[in-house]
Design a protein around this ligand. Structure first.
Ligand SMILES: NC(=O)c1ccc[n+]([C@@H]2O[C@H](COP(=O)([O-])OP(=O)(O)OC[C@H]3O[C@@H](n4cnc5c(N)ncnc54)[C@H](O)[C@@H]3O)[C@@H](O)[C@H]2O)c1
Length: 330
C-alpha cells in the first residue's frame, strides 16, 4: 500500500516538475539581489576566480578573497576595490585543513558571516598516473575535493542559523562522465592529458554538491541555495596543451573565461542548482535520469533513517532531470 501511495505521489511530483520545467523554458528567471552580501571566493588570484570577484563586486557584494598566491590575490583585490567594492584578502593554503579553519575563524571575527561561498580554487597534476608523485595526486584531491568539506563546515553553521546562504561549487565537465572523458581524452586521436586525479576530485565535488543539496532539503533549509558549475575546457591555461580532435574543434572550442563566469553568474543569481557550459555538456548528466529508478529501489540513508521521504528524494531527482532538459533547450 505504502509503495502504491509513494508511486502516486511521485507521479504527481513528476507531472508538476515537467510542467514547471516547460514554463521555465519560456520564462526569464528572476535574478536575486546580492547587494551587501558577504561573498567568499577561493582561488581568487586565478583566472576564473578574479573574474568571479569582479562580477560579484559589480552586483554590490562585499568580498573576501582567498588564495595561496598572495600577490595574485592582492592584484584581484586591487582591481575589485577600484570598482568601489569592500574587499578583504587572505592568504590561505586550501590543502591544509588547519589553515582553512584558522583563516575562517579570522574572517568571522574580522569581517563577519559569509553568506555566499564560491569554492572555485582548483589544481591539476596533469601527469600520467604512474609518473605522478603521490604528493601531487594528493594535493589535487585535497584542494579540489577535501577543501569543500572544510569550507562548508566552517561557514554553513552561520548560514543555517539564519536559513540564508548560497554555496557554489566549481566542478568541471571532467567529472563523473566517463563518456566525456573518453570522448575527449581517451581517444587515440586526441592529444591527451592525464586527468585521473582531476576527474576523481571533480567527481567528488559533484557528489559533495548533490549530497549537500539533499541534506539541506531534508532539513527544510530552503533559504540556503546550492549551485554546481560544470564548465568544459576554459581558455585559462589550466589545460594548456590539451587539444580535442580537429573535426570537433569548431563544435566545442575552449570556452572564453569571461563568458564562462558570466554564464555561471546568471545561474547563481537565478538560484539554479546546476549549470553545464556549454549546453552540450548536459547530455552526459541527463543519462543519470536512471538514478531515479535506483533511488526508488535503494532509498538513501536519510530515507531509511526516516529523515527524508522518498517523494522528497524522487522529486529532487525528477526536478533535476526536468530542469536539465529545459536548460538544454533554452
Ligand atoms: N580552466 C579550465 O579549463 C577549467 C575547466 C573546468 C573547470 N575549471 C575549474 O575552475 C576553477 C578555476 O580554474 P582556473 O582556470 O581559474 O585556474 P587557475 O589556475 O587560474 O586558478 C586557480 C587558483 O587556485 C589557487 N590555488 C591553487 N591551490 C591552492 C591552495 N592550495 N590554496 C589556495 N589557493 C589555491 C591558485 O593559486 C589559483 O589562483 C578550478 O576549480 C578548475 O578546476 C577550470
Amino acid at each position: 500500500m505504502i509503495f502504491i501511495v509513494d508511486l502516486l505521489l511521485m507521479l504527481i511530483d513528476l507531472t508538476y516538475s515537467i510542467l514547471t520545467a516547460i514554463v521555465q523554458t519560456f520564462l526569464r528567471p528572476r535574478l536575486k539581489c546580492i547587494d551587501g552580501e558577504l561573498c567568499l571566493i577561493t582561488g581568487a588570484g586565478g583566472a576564473l576566480g578574479r573574474l568571479f570577484a569582479l562580477e560579484f563586486a559589480k552586483e554590490g557584494a562585499r568580498l573576501v578573497l582567498w588564495d595561496c598566491d598572495a600577490a595574485a590575490n592582492e592584484q584581484t583585490a586591487k582591481l575589485a576595490r577600484e570598482t568601489g567594492a569592500e574587499v578583504h584578502a587572505y592568504t590561505v593554503d586550501l590543502s591544509k585543513r588547519q589553515s582553512i579553519y584558522e583563516t575562517a575563524g579570522r574572517v568571522r571575527a574580522e569581517v563577519g558571516d559569509i553568506s555566499i561561498l564560491v569554492n572555485n580554487a582548483g589544481v591539476v597534476a596533469g601527469r600520467r598516473l604512474l609518473d605522478c608523485p603521490d604528493e601531487l595526486l594528493e594535493r589535487t584531491l585535497l584542494v579540489n575535493c577535501h577543501a569543500l568539506f572544510w569550507m562548508t563546515k566552517a561557514f554553513l553553521p552561520q548560514m543555517k542559523a539564519k536559513n540564508h546562504g548560497h554555496i557554489v561549487t566549481i566542478a568541471s565537465a571532467h567529472n563523473a562522465n566517463s563518456l566525456i572523458n573518453s570522448f575527449k581524452f581517451g581517444h587515440s586521436d586526441v592529444i591527451c592529458f592525464n586527468l585521473q586525479d582531476y576527474c576523481a576530485s571533480k567527481f567528488g565535488a559533484v557528489g559533495f554538491h548533490e549530497s549537500l543539496t539533499h541534506e539541506l532539503l531534508a532539513e527544510d533549509l530552503d533559504g540556503i541555495k546550492t549551485t554546481l558549475v560544470c564548465p568544459y575546457i576554459v581558455d585559462t591555461g589550466m589545460f594548456a596543451g590539451c587539444e580535442i580532435r580537429k573535426e570537433l574543434k569548431n563544435l566545442i572550442p575552449p570556452l572564453q573565461p569571461l563568458y564562462t563566469v558570466q554564464q555561471s553568474m546568471k545561474a547563481i543569481l537565478a538560484e539554479q542548482q546546476m549549470i553545464c557550459i556549454p549546453r552540450l555538456m548536459y547530455i552526459p548528466f541527463l543519462t543519470r535520469a536512471g538514478k531515479l529508478m535506483w533511488d526508488f529501489c535503494f532509498p538513501s540513508l536519510d530515507y531509511c533513517l526516516g529523515r527524508q521521504t522518498w517523494q522528497h528524494i524522487a522529486s529532487w531527482e525528477v526536478t533535476n532531470a526536468c530542469c536539465l532538459s529545459s536548460r538544454m533547450l533554452k
